[in-house]
Structures are given as C-alpha cells and as structure tokens.
Design a protein around this ligand. Structure first.
Ligand code: CAA
Length: 257
C-alpha cells in the first residue's frame, strides 16, 4: 500500500509512524486510519520490530477526526459503516505502541494517543476533547479512557467545556508518562522504543497484557492473571537467560523465545 497520509521508517528495532497531513493539522480521515492500520499490521508481522512509535508534527499530533469528512455523514452511514470502530486497532496491538505527542492532540487525536500504551509529551503539547463545541461528544474512547487516566472530575470538565490542558497539567494528572523538550521528542521516543525492543519480546507482550488487565477487571482477578503469566514465564528461554546473566554479571542475550 502506498501511503499518502503517513510516513513510516525503521529506526533500528522501532517502527516509526509519522502522521502526515500538515495542511489539516493531521486531522484523522478514513484514508489515514486505513494507512495507519496497514502500517501497524506490517510491524506486527515483522520479527525485527520490537516497538512502534506514533508521532505527528511539532504543531500537531492530530487535531481530531476530520470534521470536514464527518460534516455531512448520516446516521445510517455512521452506524452501518461502523464509524470509528477500525480506529481501535491501535489499542489491539500486541507489541508496545508509544505516542510521541507534540502540539495539538485534540478530539480523536487525544483519543488516538490514549489508545497507545503510554504517551510521551513535548513541552508544547496540548490535549483536549473539544467535540462538545461541534455538537457531538467524544466517540473514539475519550469519555472512557480520559476518565481512567485523569479521574472523573477533570475528565468531566474537559469533555463538558472542551478546554485544553497543557503538557504540565497532563503530566500532573497522569495522562502522560513524561515531558521532554519538543526538539528531542522523536529521538527520545525512538530511544525508549529501542530500549523496550532490547528486552525479551514475549515477556514484553505478557507484561503489556498484564498492565492492560488492570483496566478491565477487578484487583483480585488482575493479580491472579499477573501471577499465572509470571509462572508461565518460567517456560521461556529468556527467563533462564535473564537470570543467568544477572548471576554471571553480564548482559542478557534474549532469544525472544
Ligand atoms: N478536521 C478537519 N480539518 C481540520 C481539523 C479537523 N479536526 N483541525 C484543523 N483543521 C484544518 C483547518 O480547517 C485548517 O484548514 P484550512 O487551512 O483549509 O482552513 C487547517 O487545518 C489549519 O487549522 P486552523 O487554521 O484552524 O489552525 P489554528 O492554528 O488557527 O487552530 C486548532 C488550531 C485550535 C487545533 C483548530 O484547528 C481547531 O480547533 N481544530 C479542530 C479541533 C477539534 O474540534 N477536534 C475535534 C474533532 S471531532 C472528533 O475528533 C470526534 C471524535 O471523537 C472521533
């Protein structure tokens, strides 16, 4: 598939996807989402890739779903076409996906970032769910994921007023893992991605599953799930190698098995 709305490149073991609709502040139309899903599927099947980074430009990660594309959509088109469901593919990835957010992450842009495993924010990042100003509410997980990230009070205020929050507020509220200078954002995200890719891939995937389970189940079920996964790790070569390397005071050489 030839991409018109994203750029992809490989940086060592990281697949870097750059949203690339500069004239529309990376507004997310259906072609862009199709291309994003195609790129993610390619990385999922590529054993040399251990982590994916999704980023935008310095001005905008993404300013939301494409309002001009949605403007004339009918209910039947939205419902029968199952509008927005294909966006969830990002959250279904088994390998880690990092959002590197600079500039605007609004509406669907904020929702896309929250579908990733964690968000690294540039110091100029701005997050918001301004759909209320358009006569709609968030539709790609905003009311659910933002509430889990930042709690009811702040999520409710953001969704009802449409106001933006800057990077510092987002870090304080737990929406982003860290803030880095905008000029270093992509390099830092790629470096973190390569650090993750240097671990044992099956253990990384199981760890991601375990953390995500915390959002979907009770504490006791989640702890039981984590313990069963932990026990299963003793069947991997990488557990033997990782612990042997520690005892022998050397770096582990993971086989991803
Ligand atoms: N959809 C389509 N086009 C968009 C867009 C969007 N979400 N956001 C920006 N653009 C376009 C603008 O129309 C403009 O195009 P033209 O030059 O052809 O007029 C171009 O991008 C640059 O935008 P601005 O001139 O508005 O740039 P600015 O710097 O003055 O303002 C902004 C930046 C505050 C982000 C402003 O563009 C804005 O408010 N954008 C819309 C944000 C928004 O409402 N997002 C939610 C969308 S709905 C949604 O996402 C639903 C969902 O839950 C899935």
């Amino acid at each position: 598939m030839a991409y018109q709305n994203i750029r992809i490149e490989t940086r060592d073991a990281v697949g870097l996807i750059t949203l690339n609709r500069p004239d529309a502040l990376n507004a997310l139309n259906s072609d862009l989402i199709d291309e994003l899903n195609d790129a993610l599927a390619g990385y999922a099947g590529d054993e040399s890739i251990g982590c994916v980074v999704i980023t935008g430009s310095e001005k905008a990660f993404a300013a939301g779903a494409d309002i001009k594309q949605m403007q004339t959509m009918s209910y039947m088109e939205a419902y029968l076409g199952d509008f927005l469901t294909s966006w969830e593919r990002v959250s279904e990835q088994r390998k880690p996906v990092i959002a590197a957010v600079a500039g605007y992450a609004l509406g669907g842009g904020c929702e896309l970032a929250m579908m990733c495993d964690f968000i690294l924010a540039a110091d100029n990042a701005k997050f918001g769910q301004p759909e209320i100003n358009l006569g709609v509410s968030p539709g790609a997980g905003g009311t659910q994921r933002l509430t889990r990230f930042v709690g009811k009070s702040k999520a409710m205020e953001m969704c009802l007023t449409g106001r933006m929050m800057d990077a510092e507020e987002a870090e304080r509220a737990g929406l982003v893992s860290r803030i880095v200078p905008v000029s270093e954002l992509v390099e830092e995200a790629v470096s973190v991605g390569n650090k993750i890719a240097g671990k044992s891939m099956p253990i990384v995937m199981m760890t991601k599953e375990a953390v995500n389970r915390a959002y979907e189940t009770t504490l006791s079920e989640g702890v039981r799930f984590e313990r069963r996964l932990f026990q299963s790790m003793f069947a991997t070569q990488d557990q033997k190698e990782g612990m042997a390397a520690f005892a022998e005071k050397r770096k582990p050489r993971f086989a991803n098995r």
